[in-house]
Design a protein around this ligand. Sequence first.
Ligand code: G6P
Length: 579
Amino acid sequence: MCGIVGYIGRRDATPVLIQGLKRLEYRGYDSFGIATVGSAIEVYKKNGRISDGEAGVVGLRGCTGIGHTRWATHGEPSDLNAHPHTDCSGRIAVVHNGVIENYGELKRQLAGRGHTFRSETDTEVIAHLIEEHYDGDLLAAVNATLPLLRGSYAVLAIAEDTPQIVAARDASPLVLGVGDAEIFAASDMTPLLEYTERVIFLEDGDVADLAPGRYTVYHGGQTVERPIELINWCVEDTRKGGFAHYMLKEIYEQPQSFYETIRAGIDEHVRQMVMEADEITLVACGTSYHTALAFKYLAEPLCNIPVRVEMGSEFKYFTPPLRGLAIAVSQSGETADTIAALKMAKARNCPTLAITNMQGSTVTRVADETLLMRAGPEIGVAATKSYTAQLAALMEIVNLRCEGAFDDVLSHAHLAIGDVLLQDINEAVALCSKAEHVFFVGRGAFYPVSMEGALKMKEISYVHAEGYAAGELKHGPFALLTPETPVVAVCTPGPTYGVMASNIKEMKARKAPVIALGVAGDTELAEIVDIFIPIPNTHLLVQVLTASVVLQLLAYHTACALQRDVDKPRNLAKSVTVE
Ligand code: G6P
């Protein structure tokens, strides 16, 4: 969580930093701040959103600066706890993403030596430690500080009177952008897209010394060469493009992002890895966990391969016996729990594969191989196009194991996704936006689809929602069914159609209004439910996609009807880089 950005070059740093922070706001948005090297270190930091407080940065001068957008871990969101943090003298400023685990002990020692703390954050100790070692050489002071820190960090530090930024990373992401006589640093590449396509992904343990138009990377005290890579995203992808919200734009981009991910295919190394596996374990969190679970429900019956799905957050403490291929599924490639699980699978000698949307992210560095999704930048906090792009990558694996049996289905699936974008769901939205609780139910692959539908609903509309395997609803949740508790049921032809129809009747008998997603033309189903939403009558793989997209739209429009902050839901962050 938290986004950091740095700039050093010939431009006025402030607008570059503010624009960059806005691109990183998905990582946290409870407060923000910047510091520039003007005639002295000039700092502005503010509780709340950037758009509400950015007027305050006017007047900060200098062509060197650092910025931060925060998701609070240590200390409540406030002006004082916002980054950058400075030392006692105000000559040094730092921004930090990560957690300094031993900050309590360091703080006590520093206070004992006379340092005065102004915030409750873990980060402030870094500024004071640099102060203790600073004699005009910022790089040396940072190098002396880093070994004292335990935990994770991506840090940018500046000092007064020096056109220099010292950047360091360990277990938190940091990317450099190489421009023409200017250098950028950021938590990911989105702030850089406007200025350069040349990036360097720093490695854990790297320290970089940045000056206008020049950079040197050190590792273990030695200078190292890190390759310059080209970004495959463009800046237009990060704009709202006339849509009311990023989330809606990203929902509408799904036919393309799905198609692009399928079109990119699977390279030979990954193919071999997938074909050699006799068992697959997937680790993931949040929405990615749901795509992993959908994979299980598709791959086990269709390809006859055992699949285990584990939550990243549980895996570390309750590690199952592992065999075969381990796949980490992570949109951002930076989710701490997923990375930890991936490392454990690797330590147990499993071949490892990362499925991610983020070129150069940590999972790509840890895993043996990477399958890169082609969703482009996703700015809305709620995952939408990255979810269907993950499904594209995972369905490709299913297809590969089934010797291309679904080539045709997958190469046309984007058309069906495009069709459901136009589906009228107004009645369902009206019902859900009046409800306090909504249940989402399905069987087989539609069970994870329902879990994801419920997650989308609760995260952006704040309407309480639960995703259930349909048959489980009577083991408890039935007690909650009332005429005010809608149930959204996915019920398409197949072996579970009959039993789903019976479940729906049981719900109706408890007077719960039922919104059913079924295939177009299913008049029998339409007759027994309150609201019927048709999806194209296609292959199961495509139904999983189309049903998911309808549920995204249901959550989106419900959130809009309730006037929620759709792109930045309260308390959340898109990339969860702490345990
Ligand atoms: C956060 C985001 C979710 C995401 C989850 C896992 O909770 O808000 O949308 O699904 O992290 O993220 P990952 O980047 O690993 O897919």
